[in-house]
Write a protein that binds this ligand. Structure first.
Ligand code: AMP
Length: 402
């Protein structure tokens, strides 16, 4: 993969597509600035090379054309200002127009000098971003002689700042930033050449979102743990009573195929042996700890139980490579978070190379205070899943095109 190091950027203007879609609390405070901090090496490299640096990112889903303060990147600009000590000036387009290509942004760009940084407003204030508009992409390209993509978390989307924009740059003027290159290299190295035993843990709400990933993973892993809501489609197919638990009836056959393929390939498949079941989907629910075969009618399984947690710990014991995508239960509610928290602790405890992907899973690891113990926590949920499915990301293909 061509990275920013392979380009001649000295003294030029550089447009960097970042992923600053950071979590905020109800008061608008940034609660986790990892995505901003991880973008710093590329930005610093540009500053050290005397570049005019223009940063752009999306943030959640505003209505295009309408300025809504909660969707503004202003808080990100302030955090960048604190973190990026070596810049000369940090400018932010504060025109509050609900637009990206504003007179204010263009005026700032004209007066910028090497070492200055400009953060544009939320790209999704312009409808052209999600429409992958050529016209919007062309306007964005005026902000940089060089185009750098450092937004791994957005690379699975064909959006203007990720996809259409690359047509306005030659091979010598576009490349991946350090963060993007690191994330992609990590995943491909691990999937193509894992140190064994290689264990995948897949959870989350649905089979449908992760079916292709499951199928691909079975080709490369030695053991597969399935937890979370998706386990119930498997249980139903196995003939268990699953009560009111989450299930995808239309995927029963697919679940069978996953089990058959695992068996044929000699992959050891583990499902929860017990569950935390509840009479309603609520933190105030009455809960019982029961074997997976004994879910009472109308009750629902919302977390893996203590016996499953111990079993999974045994399974991880000899692992050399672990990949985890999707929580083991409804971790957002305290009563159903233990399975996910313990999984995080057990992975942290091993000496394996551990890769955590997916926004929810990264959130679990952060809440469990295990982030520093993991080898790699990916910033992109959807994008990391696509890589697990063995697919090329549109943003990366576009970057590598002539
Ligand atoms: P995903 O986006 O597919 O990774 O799913 C993450 C979501 O799955 C989280 O919000 C969890 O609350 C949810 N989840 C995990 N286990 C269950 C379960 N047993 N029943 C319902 N939802 C679940």
């Amino acid at each position: 993969m061509r990275t920013i190091k392979d380009l001649d950027i000295a003294g030029k203007s550089v447009f960097i597509r970042c992923d600053f879609n950071v979590p905020k609390d109800e008061f608008g405070n940034i609660t986790d600035d990892r995505r901003i901090r991880k973008a710093l090496p590329t930005i610093r490299y540009c500053i050290d090379n005397g570049c005019k640096v223009v940063l752009a990112s999306h943030f959640e889903r505003p209505t295009p054309g309408e300025f809504t303060p909660e969707h503004s990147l202003e808080a990100v600009a302030k955090r960048l200002d604190t973190l990026l000590k070596i810049k000369k000036n940090l400018y932010f387009d504060d025109s509050k127009e609900g637009a990206v290509i504003t007179k204010r942004a263009m005026d700032i760009f004209e007066t910028m000098e090497g070492g200055d940084v400009l953060l544009l407003e939320n790209l999704r204030f312009d409808a052209g971003e999600t429409e992958n508009s050529d016209a919007f992409a062309k306007q964005l390209s005026h902000f940089g002689e060089i185009y750098i993509n450092d937004a791994f978390g957005a690379c699975h989307r064909k959006h203007a700042s990720i996809y259409a924009i690359t047509q306005f740059y030659t091979k010598e003027s576009k490349a991946a930033g350090f963060l993007l290159a690191k994330e992609v290299n990590f995943f491909s190295k691990m999937l193509n050449n894992p140190v064994r035993p290689f264990v995948a843990i897949v959870g989350g709400s649905k089979v449908s979102g992760k079916l292709e990933a499951l199928d691909q993973l079975i080709d490369s892993v030695d053991k597969l743990i399935i937890g979370g809501g998706m386990a119930f489609t498997f249980f139903k197919q196995m003939g268990y009573e699953i009560g009111g638990s989450l299930v995808e009836e239309e995927l029963l056959e697919e679940a069978q195929k996953v089990m058959d393929k695992a068996k044929a390939k000699g992959v050891k498949l583990y499902l929860p042996v017990d569950l935390v079941v509840a009479n309603e989907f609520s933190d105030n629910a009455i809960v019982k700890y029961l074997p997976s075969q004994e879910i009472p009618p109308k009750w629902m399984g919302l977390d893996v139980g203590p016996a499953s947690t111990r079993l999974f710990r045994e399974v991880l014991n000899d692992a050399q490579t672990i990949i985890w995508n999707g929580p083991m239960g409804v971790y957002e509610m305290d009563k159903f978070s233990k399975g996910s928290t313990m999984m995080s602790h057990y992975i942290a405890e091993t000496h394996a190379t551990s890769i955590v992907g997916g926004g929810d899973t990264a959130d679990v690891v952060a809440r469990a205070d295990d982030i520093d113990e993991m080898t790699f926590v990916s910033t992109g949920g959807g994008a990391s899943l696509k890589l697990l499915e063995g697919k090329k990301l549109p943003g990366i293909e576009a970057l590598e095109a002539e």
